[in-house]
Write a protein that binds this ligand. Structure first.
Ligand code: CDV
Length: 308
């Protein structure tokens, strides 16, 4: 048995005016709950240090820069690393990363249980658009503010397990899980900021949006025989509602823990990494069953090509 007690630290809304220091205080509270509950690893959401700023159209680059972290850790997040180190808890969280070379990414990091950053992932599938869109009920400007991730989908050995990360919209793409699955992933961690409403489809029910989120993660877990932890930033951010629905999914695709509200909330499950072994050695033993001679289209073609 290789048990890791995992905490999914769902976060409630962060308003535009909230400081990073105030947000980190909330994260510290969740971390101390996790310590009391015996967690070994805590997963926080996408872009969890600020409001979901890509909903705001900005032209002034210095204003945009204000939403990005230019170093990690930095003054605002140092207390989180200190607390995680003293608790012996590994953490993963998302933030907007500005590099020294002037690139901008939607990033997640993973630490070991001594708060050393051992993994970094930069979001590959950026949803939305890059210019102000008058047709949408609200903006989603990730393509304006971020470059597509340039690190692929690596995995890391951590706490006697193989771990990988993706971010929000990535969870909807089977390729993401499979690329990590092909590296033996046993735990996929992800955070998300998913609006409760569809900006292009008035009337789409929240229930359907939650279902699609579950469906994406449960199928990714099952088809790769891996644990998946998906953690929301939820609730009303300056009158823009984000859905909750944080879950922990086992390698059979069952939801074993689920958030009950839209606020700061820790969901917990003791996850046995050895539970991945059966699926990985039977129906999803890739080495025995995959037929890559028929999959070339997946890597050679992006959009749909209709038959003549
Ligand atoms: N932050 C995201 O990537 N959100 C998308 C929304 C725009 C659909 C998501 O896939 O949840």
């Amino acid at each position: 048995m290789r048990e890791i007690v995992i905490g999914g630290a769902q976060m409630g809304p962060i308003q535009k005016a909230d400081s990073r220091e105030a947000v980190v205080e909330r994260m510290l509270k969740l971390l101390s709950q996790a310590k009391v509950a015996g967690c070994d690893l805590v997963v926080f959401p996408e872009l969890c240090l600020t409001t979901f700023f890509p909903r705001w159209y900005m032209e002034d680059q210095s204003e945009v820069d204000g939403w990005f972290e230019h170093a990690m850790p930095n003054d605002a997040t140092a207390p989180l690393f200190t607390a995680a180190r003293s608790a012996g808890i590994a953490i993963s969280f998302g933030y907007a990363e500005a590099t020294a070379e002037g690139q901008y990414f939607n990033t997640s990091i993973l630490t070991d249980s001594e708060a050393n950053i051992i993994g970094k992932y930069r979001k590959v599938h950026l949803p939305g658009h890059s210019e102000f869109d008058t047709e949408r009920a609200f903006q989603h400007l990730e393509k304006r503010y971020f470059a597509p991730g340039d690190l692929g989908f690596p995995v890391w050995r951590n706490m006697d397990a193989i771990m990988g990360m993706c971010i929000c919209n990535d969870r909807r793409w089977p390729e993401v899980y499979r690329v990590m699955g092909l590296q033996g992933v046993e735990l996929v961690m992800l955070g998300y900021n998913t609006p409760s409403l569809n900006s292009q489809l008035a009337g789409e029910a929240l229930e359907r949006r939650l279902y699609h989120s579950d469906l994406s993660m449960t199928s990714g877990a099952y088809q790769n025989s891996t644990w998946v932890v998906g953690v929301a930033k939820a609730g009303d951010e300056d009158s823009h509602p984000l859905m909750a629905g944080s879950i922990i999914v086992d390698p059979n695709g069952y939801v074993v823990a689920r958030a009950s509200g839209e606020g700061d909330e820790l969901i917990i499950h003791a996850c046995d990494m050895d539970a991945c072994n059966f699926g990985k050695s039977t129906v999803f033993d890739f080495g025995r069953h995959r037929r890559i001679e028929h999959y070339a289209r997946i890597c050679e073609q992006t959009g749909v090509e209709l038959p003549d």
